[in-house]
Design a protein around this ligand. Structure first.
Ligand code: MRU
Length: 341
């Protein structure tokens, strides 16, 4: 499954809001449309958002072609800031745009679009290669056949392909090291039931769906060896922001002697965040909880709080898998030495 397609100036994003019923592409021919796609969750998942935004900046550069040469860079810089504001937690969004902004500073105005397009294509293929590498390395942590549980969707659909957490699950299944995969449905957007179960099925991997609140019961009754998740931002001390519910799973994992693995490329590490408290958490509309498919689930005036990410302290993480290597029991020192490689 390819959530992001770039074809000579046209960005097509698989509309993840319609899955699994429909496989529709949301076509973007302007940077505003890319902003809308990120904000409204047409494209989601930290690495996928980062790459989509990079293509969004290429579209901004095309928009700038109609402006006087002297104003072009300024226009693109402003569009980058606008794209960054679409969602706050996934650092890959500002990471990829900042890389392109650094590049812009070195370019002359005539070559902006060509060079930005090359850079966006590079980010796209590097993300895929990182996922395959992380999948391979992460699956070496399974010493025997294991049962795993994953949360949200950290798969092909959340990246440029293969996936982070689901990349490890794909590799582990290929090596016959995984005997059972469980997926949480992931309220309120149902990334687990709508996306994870769908994309794993395409690879002949049958994931068994549970409600988010069934995880404790499952761990108590049948042995789950590993919880495997992705990340939206990892602080320099190893605290992990990921989909709401991840923290609860990490606590449950600790209690049940289940190992907890986070799979994320180094583009998800935020060296400016000392710990999880420095990570901005996105809160979305209450109606994502109080309504389902337009129908009220709660009384219309019911008050609801919808934080969509939480922070898992590093002390609950057994392994952090990146494309540069695996860190067991991550600490600031270990993360800094990995980044220095
Ligand atoms: O709100 P979403 O669907 O964008 O949240 C996605 C997640 O939390 C994923 O687990 C995370 O981005 C890792 S994806 C490789």
């Amino acid at each position: 499954m390819r959530p992001i397609k770039w074809d000579r100036g046209r960005l097509s994003l698989l509309d993840q809001r319609a899955l699994p019923e429909a496989f529709d592409y949301f076509v973007c021919e302007s940077s505003s449309r890319v902003y809308e796609a990120i904000k409204k969750m047409v494209v989601r998942g930290a690495p996928a958002i980062g790459v989509a935004a990079a293509y969004g900046l290429v579209l901004a550069s095309k928009e700038a072609d109609s402006k006087p040469l002297a104003d072009r860079k300024q226009y693109i810089i402003k569009r980058a800031e606008f794209l960054k504001s679409a969602r706050p937690t996934a650092i890959n969004l500002s990471w990829s745009l900042n890389l392109l902004l650094d590049l812009i500073r070195t370019l002359d105005a005539e070559s902006l679009t060509t060079e930005l397009e090359k850079a966006a294509l590079r980010l796209d293929s590097q993300d895929y290669a990182s996922n395959v590498r992380m999948g391979e390395m992460g699956s070496t942590l399974f010493e025997e056949r294991v049962q795993v549980l994953t949360h949200c969707n950290a798969g092909s659909l959340a990246t440029t392909g293969y996936g982070t957490a689901l990349g490890v699950i794909r590799s582990g299944c290929k090596k016959a090291l995984i005997s059972k995969v469980y997926a949480t449905e992931t309220r309120p957007w149902f990334q687990g039931s709508r996306l994870t179960v769908t994309e794993l099925r395409e690879d002949d991997i049958e994931a068994t769906l549970i409600t988010d609140s069934a995880a404790g019961f499952l761990m108590a009754r049948s042995k789950i060896d590993w919880v495997i998740v992705g990340a939206d931002r990892v602080a320099i001390n190893g605290d992990v922001a990921n989909k709401i519910g991840t923290y609860a799973l990490a606590i449950l994992a600790k209690y049940h002697n289940t190992k907890f693995m986070v799979v994320a490329p180094t583009s998800t590490l935020d060296i400016s965040a000392k710990n999880g408290r420095d990570i901005p958490i996105e809160y979305r509309e209450a109606e994502e909880i109080t309504k389902l498919n337009g129908e009220w689930l709660a009384r219309p005036q019911a008050s609801a709080l919808n934080p969509v990410f939480d922070v898992t302290p590093a002390s609950l993480v057994d392994a952090l898998v990146t494309e540069k290597g695996v860190i067991l029991e991550p600490t600031e020192e270990k993360i800094c030495s990995l980044l220095a490689k």
